[in-house]
Design a protein around this ligand. Structure first.
Ligand code: C2E
Ligand code: MG
Ligand code: MG
Ligand code: MG
Length: 287
């Protein structure tokens, strides 16, 4: 239709484009409002070791929308990143997780595992990010060793020197780092060489295919071997199938996350696993 209107498209708004713009403006206003009304909440997805025991958790933001129900992060995180709302949202998530970690610690003592929080590029490269995390740790009483930050390659591409100095500062207090979605970027190996990482997370796009796709299997096998020889922990995400876990375990992968064990669940549901020290045996746990 735009084509049919020929040169007019230069002067007139394309209605489809206009609708997209309207929707974005609306969503931006909604995210802003949702932040004020605290409609966001971390869900927690357990990470397990070879015996099925809880070995960590990833906090994943959920938007409890008053009319639309639960809105998944991919519908608002990219917009929050573009508009700068990610600073407020990211702070909110870090604070909520730090408070939660402190609360769990006061009940159960310092756990051997940490809670991972996803950090966006803009958030990480904000000049005050390190101080922000330190302040939150101090204010909430969360143990820095219980906090892990997940970065993706897109956060690292921006400014390598800034990345390294921030990671070092945070690590000096005990905060650890995981490289998310490993294998999907352009220069993964370069990052492995230069960054003070603790863990890499094998992207679920590779994990899912290990039984059917010889290339995925070879890539996953190589990533596990690489991580181990570099002295990094490695975790596979998106494990949905017991046979996938067996494959990964055989290759030496010690940690797993995925629907096989549990979906991301609200705090109270997660506490039933954690505080009861319950074994997650891969029978699934709703959510
Ligand atoms: P991610 O960090 O790679 O998180 C893993 C995603 O895979 C989560 O989706 C999780 O629910 C999903 N997942 C876990 N296990 C399985 C499985 O076995 N099968 C399948 N099909 N999916 C599985 P979710 O929660 O929708 O989050 C999507 C992405 O949004 C995250 O990817 C992360 O990049 C971003 N995100 C989530 N929470 C935050 C946040 O608080 N801050 C920022 N900056 N980004 C966030
Ligand atoms: Mg993640
Ligand atoms: Mg990931
Ligand atoms: Mg991702």
């Amino acid at each position: 239709q735009a084509k049919a209107s020929g040169r007019n498209t230069l002067r007139r708004f394309d209605p489809v484009m206009q609708a997209t713009v309207n929707r974005r403006v609306r969503t931006e206003a909604e995210v802003r409002r949702a932040l004020e009304h605290m409609e966001f909440e971390p869900y927690y997805q357990p990470q397990v070791d070879l015996t099925g025991r809880l070995a960590g958790a990833e906090a994943l933001v959920r938007w409890q929308h008053p009319h639309r129900g639960i809105v998944p992060p991919m519908e608002f995180i990219p917009l929050a990143e573009e508009t700068g709302l990610i600073f407020g949202l990211g702070h909110f998530m870090l604070e909520r997780v730090c408070r939660q970690v402190a609360a769990w610690t006061s009940v159960a003592g310092h756990p051997q595992w940490c809670v991972a929080v996803n950090v966006s590029a803009r958030q990480f490269h904000h000049p005050d990010f390190v101080q922000e995390v330190f302040s939150l740790i101090d204010e909430t009483g969360a143990g820095a060793h219980q906090l892990q930050l997940e970065l993706t390659e897109s956060s690292l591409l921006v400014d390598m020197d800034d990345t390294i100095s921030k990671m070092k500062a945070l690590k000096s207090r005990g905060v650890s780092f995981s490289l998310d979605d490993f294998g999907t970027g352009y220069s993964s190996l370069y990052y492995l060489k230069h960054l003070p990482l603790d863990q890499i997370k094998i992207d679920q796009r590779f994990v899912r295919g290990v039984l059917d796709d010889a290339n995925d299997a070879a890539i996953v096998r190589a990533i596990i071997a690489l991580a181990r020889s570099l002295g990094l922990n490695v975790i596979a995400e998106g494990v949905e199938d017991r046979r996938v876990q067996s494959f990964l375990a055989n290759e030496g992968c010690p940690m797993f996350q995925g629907y096989l064990y549990s979906r991301p669940v609200p705090r109270d549901e997660f506490e039933r696993f954690f505080l009861n020290g319950e074994l997650l045996n891969g029978s699934g746990s709703g959510g």
